[in-house]
Design a protein around this ligand. Structure first.
Ligand code: CAO
Length: 469
């Protein structure tokens, strides 16, 4: 046997009439007990009126914009047999008796009741007030309804108990806010299309759809990676111009350099090495190098000094895992060397530099840099470095800030050595000083270590005998 049940407006506190701002169901819907049917709104808050029984919604007595007062019939539900008795089980006897009384009244006027006829108390206002217990969310003052206790029937909740500062939160019904919480959506970012800018369930769903379909968002402002789009400029307005496509190497290396520059916190440590003695030795070994078909430049000594420094400071010979949590230490000593070519910069890698002598390294450098300029390097020859050296010593300059060749943790910039007066404690002495600029990844390397590393490097060059140790 089916049982027609009226769903009425519960106790709404001090208010005579409040508007229905949302109708959440339609006639013919199969509804569940406690399912919200309509949302009412006072000046200060909103509340939903849920069904007190499961069944088919056979009649909807209100529409959006109607004004309703306590006891007014909202809808009629054809409930299945026994549903209500089950719901009443475990509740106090008084509540059950009230319920039976109310049921009798309902069956009497369920045929002809109209919204106008409903000026009576709702069925068991306290136990069946139809006000759903909101889910606890301490950050949401809409949910701070005093008096709720688990396991007990909800007390009537007058609107003013749900008081809050409505201006501080987006305008939305409890069910929409609940759905937003479940979906992890901040309603402050959702535009409301309802009355007074109310966010409806449809607004929320279309917001989620829009976000899901949008292309990957640019990094948030403040993360340090948000970059304003460059304005498109017509340079021909200012004079004659000519367009030239970037070389393939520049088109490939550009994004990598950009990524490394913006994603690695770079610091550059400057120092200088006194290479006066080293220069004497280098020149004296030149004939030997020429005999081997190569030439001995300061760079070869720098490669050896870098190997010694990597051995002394093993955490420089490492890479950071992509998640930034793990240091991957390397037991090999491969050194990259930046080579300037007509098509752009490339960085071939000299392998196992710890196992090679100066002449052998010089030969390898000549071979790699020659093939780099001819565009004949293989991809693999530019991979696997531990630390790179960028030498501008053959060109000039006093210092510069090289960009780390990720996934390496540091890069050594070398500028042109210059004869300088150096105070030896009693007089100035002419010394050949080579500027060193070490850029390092500050996520892994501390400034003090970088200073020690660079000083150590300089000391190797200042006294080549150390390289033998
Ligand atoms: N101080 C003084 N003189 C130096 C020097 C230094 N730091 N480094 C090199 N020189 C001298 C050499 O001894 C050589 O002189 P001699 O001909 O009288 O012997 C001359 O400068 C030219 O050297 P080089 O450039 O031919 O040889 P190299 O081994 O120093 O460098 C290579 C080889 C391939 C690294 C270099 O040719 C090159 O391409 N450098 C550019 C790297 C670059 O573009 N870096 C910037 C990258 S952005 O971070």
């Amino acid at each position: 046997m089916s049982d027609k049940r009226e769903i009425r407006v519960p106790d709404i506190g001090d208010f005579d009439k409040v508007p229905v701002i949302e109708v959440l169901v339609a006639e013919g819907d199969e509804i569940e007990a406690e399912q919200s049917l309509v949302t009412l709104e006072s000046d200060k808050a909103t509340m939903e009126v849920p069904a007190s029984a499961a069944g088919k919604l056979v009649e909807l007595r209100v529409k959006e914009g109607d004004e309703v007062g306590e006891g007014d019939v909202i809808a009629i539900v054809e409930a299945a047999d026994g549903g209500e008795e089950e719901k009443e089980e475990g509740r106090g006897k008084g509540a059950s008796e009230d319920k039976d009384d109310a049921k009798d009244e309902q069956s009497d006027d369920s045929e002809d009741s109209t919204p106008e006829s409903g000026n009576r108390k709702p069925e068991t206002a306290s136990s069946e007030s139809g006000i759903r217990k909101p889910e606890a969310d301490p950050s949401d003052p809409h949910q701070s309804v005093p008096g709720w206790e688990d396991g007990l029937p909800p007390p009537p909740v007058p609107f003013d108990e749900m008081d809050h500062d409505p201006g501080s939160l987006p305008h939305a019904s409890p069910s929409v806010r609940k759905l937003a919480r479940e979906l992890g959506v901040d309603l402050k970012g959702v535009e409301g299309s309802g009355r007074k800018g109310r966010i409806t369930e449809e607004d929320l769903k279309s917001h989620v759809k829009q976000v899901m379909e949008a292309p990957p968002a640019a990094p948030a402002a403040g993360s340090g990676l948000a970059v304003a789009e460059a304005p498109k400029i017509d340079f021909s307005k200012y004079g004659e111009i000519e367009e030239e496509k970037l070389s393939r190497i520049k088109r490939i290396s550009g994004p990598n350099l950009h990524r490394n520059w913006v994603s690695i916190p770079h610091v550059t440590q400057f120092d200088q090495a006194d290479i006066t003695e080293m220069e004497v030795f280098r020149k004296s070994s030149q004939r030997q190098a020429e005999a081997a078909g190569t030439k001995m430049t300061p760079l070869v000594f720098l490669i050896k000094a870098v190997v010694a420094a990597l051995k002394e400071f093993p955490h420089f010979n490492a890479s950071l895992s992509n998640d930034g949590q793990t240091l991957i230490r390397k037991k090999y000593f491969h050194v990259g060397v930046a080579v300037d070519t007509p098509n752009g910069l490339v960085v071939p890698v000299l392998r196992d530099c710890d196992q090679k002598g100066l002449i052998e390294l010089a030969k390898e450098l000549t071979d790699l840099s020659g093939r780099a300029r001819e565009g004949k390097l293989k991809g693999d020859e530019m991979k696997g470095g531990c630390l790179s050296i960028s030498s501008l010593g053959g060109i000039g300059g006093t210092a510069f800030t090289p960009i780390i060749n990720a996934p390496e943790l540091a890069i050594l910039g070398v500028s042109r050595a210059e004869m300088k007066p150096v105070w030896d404690g009693s007089a100035f002495q002419p010394r050949l000083m080579m500027p060193l600029s070490l850029s390092y990844d500050h996520r892994v390397i501390d400034g003090a270590d970088a200073a020690r590393f660079t000083r150590f490097l300089a000391e190797q060059l200042e006294d080549l005998r150390r390289l033998l140790l």
